[in-house]
Design a protein around this ligand. Structure first.
Ligand code: GAL
Length: 643
């Protein structure tokens, strides 16, 4: 596969007479894909039933004539103002019961069937009109589902949809009461109609009630998206993509990806480090202008796995893109520093090394107006080149020189489960316990050892391609995974906090984990505040979380106090706590030594990624580093053929 460079473009923001020049400059930069349309509803349908397709027809023609391939977005993330008059109760309602009003974007409730029909209608009109247009080579549904915390809504539509969903899932209120343990505090129901979404309760709502609402809400996003995919496929054979948002896990991205031909995600490394990544102030200062050295790769691997959901024939190796790549300072994080020179090239190459078919920069020209006027583009508002333009052009030139990039098989698998993340968000038990962060901590430890990693769906039934598998924080192990573990010949490190609950977020009896061939029980769990830790015998420490384990399995590591820290046999092990980053990396190196994998101890900021033919050296540090006999500049990337 020859990777491509793309850009996000908003013809409706610019006078028509500059479109052709913009398109020519894109082509000159080496760009081949351009995404348009995803926020343009008010210009396509200025009043209900009154359409203006002319400008979009012409924009597509101009871009197509220049030789660009177009990704056309459905505009459903931005319903126009008139929509609120047409569907007055379509606004999402927040957890405090307040409507999320018009005046920005994503102001709709996924459960609102009237709005779902409006979204189907506009999608159908676009698909009918452009489905056979040769310039339209891909579609994007909506934009960043869940962005701005929009998966969950507590509207009347959501309440009524939730009750139907519960009735279908549990069949009787008796079954629901039993599953949720509603005898506790006299919370029993005798009619589904009495069950509300779990907001505005006096103290925390029952955890399974919260988890059920998270599951219901995720299902609504998937149903909403499916309506658009079905509509597009009636009129077009072009692949359908959605641009997932980095760090956003409030719906099941694997499940939604079953309806997509290609997955993609939006990568804002500096914004994410500032806004949503837990790290020490020193670490944040060190990578202020580069982003977390593992966060992008983690997401690349997630979407490579999600991209395989529809075809299912190449687990962990599906089709995926970066649909939006940060080009300079963004506007939305608490602080918005500029990237170091070189980072807009490094990020693109890192994505390519992980198998991205396209890296598309957001956006072509910085808008001089509205909410994102402080957000950089490849061009400045005055159309002069911004720093990222040259870096994008360099990537395009380098791609032509390199040619084919083929993904390599990764030796390590890491299981990721959205449902478990929601479960622990409902019941964190410690203020800083987060299932996504735990998976990321495991990923980061693997990356520091120089390993290439596949992210695995929780129903993965065959672990044989991997020498090492990590399964942290899984609410329960699925039956396929349990069977796969039973047959597994490598080493699987399960836990912490895995298989210790039922699927309804209660404690199973016998208590978990209940993994065949691993006699261990977590008899008590502690959460540990940042002021304390659990030191391990021989060095290292657990932070945040520690389970007291009992069982006959071999104790392989102990805490200083003599309690089991890692326990298990030749193939299946259980990890009792959340290791700090250095401890986690050391644990990984020990496991690698056992399974015969080369594990490195990479310098801060240097990361490796193998493709079938190349080894990439990606240096997130600001200073040069020498490794394997080559010197990689600060904020720079190098590669050479694999030996
Ligand atoms: C993304 C979004 C884009 C734009 C961008 C700014 O989350 O999809 O439309 O807002 O952020 O960084």
């Amino acid at each position: 596969m020859i990777p491509k460079i793309g850009v996000c473009y908003y013809p409706e923001h610019w006078p028509e007479d500059i479109w052709a020049e913009d398109a020519a400059r894109m082509v000159e930069t080496g760009i081949t894909w351009v995404r348009i349309g995803e926020f343009a509803w008010s210009r396509l349908e200025p009043a209900p039933g009154t359409f203006d397709w002319g400008w979009l027809d012409r924009a597509i023609e101009v871009l197509g004539k220049a030789g660009l391939q177009v990704v056309l977005g459905t505009p459903t993330a931005t319903p126009p103002r008139w929509m609120i008059d047409k569907q007055p109760d379509m606004l999402a309602i927040d957890a405090r019961g307040h409507p999320r009003k018009f005046g920005s974007r994503r102001h709709y409730c996924f459960s609102h069937l009237g709005y779902r029909e409006e979204s189907r209608r506009i999608t159908q009109l676009m698909a009918e009109r452009y489905g056979k247009n040769p310039c339209i080579q891909a579609w994007q549904t909506d934009n960043e589902y869940a962005c701005h915390d929009t998966t969950v809504s507590y509207s009347p539509a959501a309440a009524s949809g939730f009750r139907d969903w519960l009735a279908q899932r549990y069949q009787s209120t008796d079954a629901l009461n039993r599953a949720w343990g509603n005898v506790f505090w006299s919370m029993e129901y005798d009619d589904f109609a009495d069950i509300d979404p779990p907001n505005l309760t006096v103290t925390e709502a029952n955890h399974p009630h919260q988890l059920a609402f998270a599951r219901y809400s995720s299902d609504q996003v998937i149903a909403f998206n499916r309506v658009q995919c079905d509509e597009i496929r009636k009129y077009s054979d072009a692949p359908i993509i959605h641009n997932f948002m980095g760090g956003e896990v409030s719906f099941d991205h694997f499940a939604l990806s079953r309806d997509l031909d290609i997955t993609s995600w939006d990568s804002y490394p500096i914004g994410f480090l500032s806004d949503r990544i837990t790290a020490t102030p020193d670490f944040k200062a060190q990578f202020l202008r580069q982003g977390h050295p593992d966060n992008q790769a983690f997401h690349h691997d997630i979407y490579r796995a999600a991209g395989a959901m529809r075809t299912g024939d190449a687990p962990a190796h599906g089709r995926w893109w970066v649909m939006e790549q940060q080009p300079g300072p963004v506007n939305w994080a608490p602080w918005n520093p500029a990237p170091l020179p070189g980072m807009c090239r490094l990020w693109a190459w890192e994505a390519i090394a992980h198998g991205a078919e396209c890296v598309s920069y957001f956006r072509w020209r910085q808008a001089p107006f509205a909410q994102e006027q402080m957000h950089a583009g490849l061009l400045r508002p005055d159309s002069e080149a911004a720093p990222a333009l040259g870096e994008a052009a360099q990537v395009a030139r380098e791609i032509s020189a390199m040619g084919d990039v083929t993904a390599a098989a990764a030796p390590v698998g890491l299981v990721l489960d959205y449902d478990s993340i929601w479960a622990w968000r409902a019941q964190p038990q410690g203020a800083d316990f987060d299932g996504f962060n735990l998976a990321f901590a495991a990923y980061s430890a693997l990356r520091r050892s120089g390993l290439s990693i596949d992210i695995l769906h929780p129903d993965t039934a065959d672990l044989s391609p991997y020498k090492l598998v990590l399964a942290p924080g899984l609410l329960t192990l699925s039956e396929p995974l349990r069977t796969a573990l039973d047959a597994y010949g490598g080493i699987a490190l399960i836990g912490p906090r895995s298989d210790t609950k039922t699927g309804e977020l209660s404690i199973p009896l016998p208590m978990g984990p209940n993994v065949p061939g691993l006699d261990v029980t977590a008899i008590l769990s502690e959460s540990i505040p940042p002021i304390a830790d659990v030191p391990l015998d021989g060095g290292g420490r657990f932070i945040r979380w520690f389970e007291h384990l009992e069982g006959t399995a071999d104790v392989r590591r102990k805490t200083v106090a003599g309690q089991p820290a890692i326990i298990g046999g030749a193939h299946l092990r259980y990890l009792a706590g959340w290791p700090d980053p250095d401890t986690f990396a050391a644990i990984i190196r020990d496991l690698c030594a056992e399974v015969g994998l080369e594990a490195l101890d990479l310098p801060d900021g240097l990361r490796l990624r193998d493709t079938a033919t190349q080894r990439f050296y990606i240096n997130y540090a600001a200073e040069p580093v020498t490794w394997d006999g080559i010197t990689i500049g600060g904020a720079d990337v190098a590669w050479r053929p694999r030996t």
